[in-house]
Design a protein. Structure first.
Ligand SMILES: Cc1ncc(C[n+]2csc(CCOP(=O)(O)OP(=O)(O)O)c2C)c(N)n1
Ligand SMILES: [Mg+2]
Length: 886
């Protein structure tokens, strides 16, 4: 005989349960846990189970007995929170009433207000004399709540709130946290979902790195991240969870606002996102604390001796929870408690109003406080607090747990009155109608409390600092002599940059601040020597005898290791880079990260992280290695990069270069290092380096400044004093093809040419754009001339060849004199030799010659027959289809 839950022998079951009860009564909780562990082991030996369920019952993790007293004044905190809610709401509604299309969100902060306030009143610490501030990642579209608080604290003026989402002209507030646009306020850009969670983990990890390397002490600074439950679907959100537990990051807490909804509807309508996240985080090794039910549920659970309530909660899917949340007490009574007679009896003493008012845990200060306190006290691993809330909490019929809650941006007067009454706000009907912001009177208890709490926690948050002592860069001709005076020595620019980094690492002042980062490609780029030289960072050192212990290049892990070997995660490595690149601001210690990676897996794969890095004013080097679409020989379609420079050119504070020679590279690295570490400009550098070995010339006298500006003349076959017939521009990997083409033009066709090495089309274009604009807007001033205009005046045709798509050299096309022809690598990459690929993409020396002759024939300097002769002479298949079509 089986009963309803499959129990074939209820008597025996009861004996086991009684035995467990008796043991816990006699030996306490620990004894109970021990017995369960033993039973589980035995069950595994017997092969009954592989593992136990990785989630717990649908209730709070912290039992009432362990909750502890609340240290704050609940009444005052509730009143303050209500005011925050109002101001945040008013900010969004006003912006949309006045301008219609400015957007903004109400329902998200409405669900997160208690989470934020518990953090602000009791946990999020600002920096003080002895240690830096906690790091707090705020859910981006709850920014109005953070502004509302800053307004009450007197940090933001009413005018700024009134100009929410109106940033042009510098009056208003950013939609989301943007350090670029509010550099004294926001620290971390979180607007793109997923970037906050992965950044928080790597920031917490970098704090350990900095400490283990003896660079700065972190005390008990903590990283807090408030994220959405929908946001956890982003791959980046969960990509680094195991890193956090593996490295025992107990300085890290995620608080996930589980309002069960995202933008369109429920996060898991037919499931339970909280249970799913619990399994995920437990599996990843995190400490999980669920905060599901508010204090008024405690008596119900206490009387739920047969677990009917718990069973019903476990059986209710999120779509249903949302409907329950959107409806009143009567609905909840009939559609939830009424489903089982025992359950109905449990709430028989409650009025419908009381049932309606039953709170979810994420709206209960006491429950949240207990969870965050436990999170901060937890040792040897990170904690996630899963807080169950209601989206649009308090918005009533227009937005509470509605499918459309997320998009609700306008409320009519009746809805505002409901909101006011719901939160007991002292606002007249006129104040409501005008959406007046609510400022706390100077002598109010609330304001005093607010100030007291923040003073106790060290001051205001969020605050972004940018004071860090500059770090001197050693003289270029010391650490880069091998590159400046290469004297035709053969090497690739990848080898050269690794050597530069190796030399900078040896500098006593700068060396310790250098952070080399790889995503499992150190050997690919010839960096294996760094394993031994500086060690690979590991918080536990090296617990094994490396297989290659006897080797000069042995794989050495160390607690003070300097190299960050991130494994195959470009997103993780980039996040580490950001942590290092923002250390000047987050920790007041300037670091100089070099993240070197396959260039195709940079802007294309983690471009959004790079965009966020730009937003947070990162300073450091990104090195796109083995770059270009034809230098990477056999690698093929998904590895060969022909586009990264185009994307890099769209990022305002990214300085991107495609150098051909080791000396160009050295000059650029030196300039960048000084700009970022000595002058402390908020820029970062993207430099592509190649794996092609060739003889490296020495730095020509006087070329250094022009290398930084973006182009310089390498050679000319014209008679001195006379203009060349054509100007050839070459960049990076293709410069040598262009040099060869100049010789062919001279020898085969008696055409003179100049060859220019273009280290950066994007830098040339940036300056030219700026000059063009200044000349346009200030026509009365004497016109300026950009570097590229100075270099490329005149009318001789210009042929520009690169290993990137044609749109990259075309960035300068409108600023030059003469016809402009671009050769590049539009199309899919494919496996073959470099020579075959350059033939295929039509950017080799032969095509440079043909393009030059064609440009000259178009201007009437040569007969068209010469072009045809060249096509034939060089064996070019004129009938081949264009490379970008197949
Ligand atoms: C990468 C990315 N994709 C989409 C969005 C647009 N977006 C902003 S908020 C949001 C829903 C967020 O849901 P959730 O994380 O559950 O937060 P909630 O508002 O429910 O607290 C979406 C889709 C975004 N900001 N970033
Ligand atoms: Mg949500």
């Amino acid at each position: 005989m089986r009963n309803f839950d499959g129990d074939s022998d209820p008597g025996e079951t009861q004996e086991w349960l009684d035995a467990l009860d008796a043991s816990v009564r006699a030996g306490g909780k620990q004894r109970g846990l021990y017995l369960l562990k033993k039973l589980e082991e035995q069950a595994q030996h017997l092969g009954i189970i592989a593992h136990v369920q990785p989630y717990s019952a649908y209730r709070n993790t912290i039992p009432l007995e362990e909750q502890g007293a609340y240290p704050g004044d609940l009444d005052v905190e509730e009143r303050i929170t209500s005011i925050m809610r109002w101001n945040a709401l008013a900010m969004v509604v006003r912006a949309n009433q006045a301008y219609g299309d400015l957007g903004g969100h109400i329902a998200s902060y409405a669900s997160a207000a208690e989470i934020f306030e518990v953090g602000f009143n009791h946990f999020f610490r600002a920096g003080n004399a002895t240690q830096g501030a906690d790091l707090v990642f705020f859910q981006p579209h709850s920014a109005p709540g953070v502004y509302a608080r800053a307004f009450l604290e007197g940090r933001l003026r009413e005018e700024q709130l009134a100009n929410y989402r109106q940033e042009v002209g510098g009056r208003g507030l950013s939609s989301y946290p943007h350090p670029w646009l509010m550099p004294e306020f926001w620290q971390f850009p979180t607007g793109s979902m997923g970037i906050g969670p992965i950044s928080a983990i790597y920031q917490a990890r970098f704090m350990r790195y900095v400490e283990h390397r003896g660079i700065a002490s972190m005390g008990d600074r903590h990283v807090w991240g408030v994220f959405g439950d929908g946001e956890m679907d982003e791959p980046e959100s969960i990509a680094a969870l195991t890193l956090a537990s593996r490295e025992k990051l107990d300085n890290l807490t995620f608080i996930i606002n589980c309002n069960l909804q995202r933008l369109d509807g429920p996060v898991r309508g037919n499931g339970q996102i909280i249970q799913e996240l619990e399994s995920l985080f437990i599996g990843a090794g995190w400490n999980v604390i669920k905060v599901l039910w508010g204090s008024d549920w405690d008596p119900l659970f206490a009387r739920d001796t047969h677990h009917v309530l718990l069973r019903q909660l476990a059986a209710t899917v999120d779509g249903q929870y949302q409907t329950l949340g959107a409806n009143d007490g009567a609905y909840n009574q009939s559609h939830f408690f009424g489903l089982d007679p025992e359950l109905r009896a449990l709430v028989a003493h409650m009025t419908l109003g009381e049932i309606d008012a039953l709170k979810r845990g994420g709206h209960d200060f006491r429950k949240l406080y207990a969870a965050l306190r436990a999170a901060r006290a937890h040792r040897d691993g990170p904690t996630v607090v899963l807080a169950k809330t209601k989206k649009g909490y308090g918005m009533g019929g227009v937005g509470e747990s509605r499918m459309t809650s997320h998009q609700q941006k306008k409320l009519d007067l009746d809805a505002l009155k409901v909101f006011r009454d719901r939160f007991g706000l002292a606002l007249t009907d006129d104040a409501l109608a005008e959406m007046r912001f609510y400022a706390l009177p100077e002598n109010s208890r609330e304001l005093a409390y607010l100030r007291e709490r923040r003073a106790a926690l060290g001051g205001h948050l969020p605050v972004r600092q940018d004071a860090a002592a500059p770090v001197g860069i050693p003289p270029l001709d010391g650490y880069a002599r091998f590159a400046l005076e290469a004297a035709e020595h053969e090497m690739s620019t990848t080898t050269a940059v690794v050597r530069l980094i190796g030399n900078l690492l040896k500098d006593p002042a700068l060396g310790p601040r250098v952070v080399p980062i790889v995503a499992d490609e150190a050997r690919t780029f010839g960096m294996a020597n760094l394993f031994r030289q500086i060690g690979i960072y590991s918080p536990v050192g090296q617990l094994y005898e490396p297989e290659d212990a006897a080797s000069m290049l042995r794989y050495r892990e160390a607690k003070d290791g300097q190299l960050l070997e991130e494994g195959i995660t470009e997103a993780g490595a980039l996040s580490s880079w950001v942590a290092a690149a923002t250390a000047y601001s987050v920790h007041g210690v300037a670091m100089l990260p070099f993240y070197i990676y396959y260039s195709m897996f940079g802007f294309q794969r983690v471009g959004d992280l790079i965009w966020a890095a730009a937003d947070q004013r990162s300073r450091g080097f990104l090195l796109g290695a083995t770059a270009g679409r034809t230098t990477l020989g056999g690698e093929g379609l998904q590895h060969q990069d022909g586009s990264s420079h185009l994307v890099a050119s769209t990022i305002p504070n990214c300085r991107a270069y495609d150098p051909a020679f080791a000396y160009e590279l050295a000059v650029i690295v030196d300039h960048g290092a000084r700009q970022m570490m000595e002058r402390q400009d908020d820029v970062f550098y993207y430099i592509t380096v190649m794996n092609e070995n060739y003889p490296q010339p020495s730095l020509p006298a006087g070329a250094a400044d022009d290398i930084v500006s973006g182009m310089y003349r390498l050679q000319s076959t014209a008679v001195p004093g006379e203009a060349a017939a054509a100007r050839l521009l070459g960049s990076g990997a293709i410069l040598r093809e262009v040099v060869a083409a100049a010789a062919m033009l001279r020898d085969d066709w008696q055409v003179t040419s100049e060859v220019w090495s273009v280290t950066s089309f994007s830098e040339l274009a940036r300056e030219a754009r700026e000059v063009e604009r200044a000349n346009r807007l200030q026509p009365a001033s004497s016109p300026r001339k950009s570097h590229v205009e100075g270099c490329l005046a005149g009318t001789a045709p210009i042929i520009a060849a690169t290993d990137y798509v044609r749109a990259y050299p075309q960035l300068i096309a409108s600023y030059v004199g003469g016809r402009f022809v671009a050769l590049g690598t539009d199309g899919f990459g494919r496996s073959d030799t470099r020579a075959a690929l350059r033939g295929f993409f039509e950017n080799d020396r032969r095509h440079v010659v043909v393009a030059t002759l064609h440009a000259l024939s178009r201007q009437g300097s040569l007969p068209a027959a010469t072009v045809a002769a060249a096509v034939e002479r060089y064996g070019i298949d004129a009938a081949a289809v264009a490379p970008w079509t197949h």
